[in-house]
Design a protein around this ligand. Structure first.
Ligand SMILES: CC(C)(COP(=O)(O)OP(=O)(O)OC[C@H]1O[C@@H](n2cnc3c(N)ncnc32)[C@H](O)[C@@H]1OP(=O)(O)O)[C@@H](O)C(=O)NCCC(=O)NCCS
Length: 161
């Protein structure tokens, strides 16, 4: 089967497009009806991407994206290795951000990208992948459930008055 996209490790030349995608996700989070306090700060996307780009290419971070044949970045995943010395598994790959550009969803981009991220984890002898989804983000809850992820932890939150 011929694909019209490639999966690539992202670097500084992808910075602007990566910021745009992370920003799209953060805007979505801020549009959700949450507890009135939980809000992502302005410019967070830029800071976030810059922090991760500094570590990109090391064995601590997997920062990958989907590019169309025209070179457009349509999906990205930013994941970091978490040390879990108290667990038998020792390390997990924690996905901080996974987003597909509006207008490019439901084309299989994220599924292909996550498969590649899973391969990266296996190559690095990391046996598990974890991520967090806001329950109010129905699109994410549905997607991860169907992508083979199980609800495992429940993180409770209480806003203090
Ligand atoms: C969740 C998200 C990352 C999924 O990305 P995506 O690129 O649309 O994912 P895929 O295209 O690989 O898969 C989505 C669905 O499209 C389906 N699909 C894949 N290729 C398709 C095609 N060619 N035609 C029609 N449907 C297709 C998949 O089977 C999947 O269906 P399912 O959810 O019923 O299993 C995306 O919706 C998104 O960016 N949401 C906003 C950000 C967000 O909330 N991220 C999660 C943070 S926790």
């Amino acid at each position: 089967m011929e694909y019209d996209f490639t999966i690539v490790d992202l670097s500084w030349e992808d910075r602007n497009e990566a910021i745009e995608l992370v920003n799209q996700f953060f805007k979505k989070v801020n549009s959700l009806e949450l507890d009135g306090l939980f809000r992502i700060r302005p410019r967070a996307a830029t800071k976030f991407v810059d922090i991760y780009l500094k570590l990109a290419g090391t064995d601590k971070v997997c920062f990958r994206g989907v590019k169309t044949s025209g070179g457009e970045l349509t999906s990205l995943v930013i994941a970091r290795v978490e040390e879990k010395p108290f667990l038998v598994e020792n390390r997990t790959l924690y996905v901080d951000i996974a987003v597909t550009k509006n207008g490019h969803k439901k084309k299989g981009y994220m599924s292909a990208l996550m498969k590649s991220v899973e391969d990266w984890a296996k190559e690095n002898e990391i046996p598990t992948i974890e991520l967090r989804a806001i329950r109010a983000n129905q699109e994410a809850m549905d997607y991860w459930g169907r992508a083979g992820f199980e609800e495992f932890y429940v993180r409770f939150r209480k806003k203090l008055s």
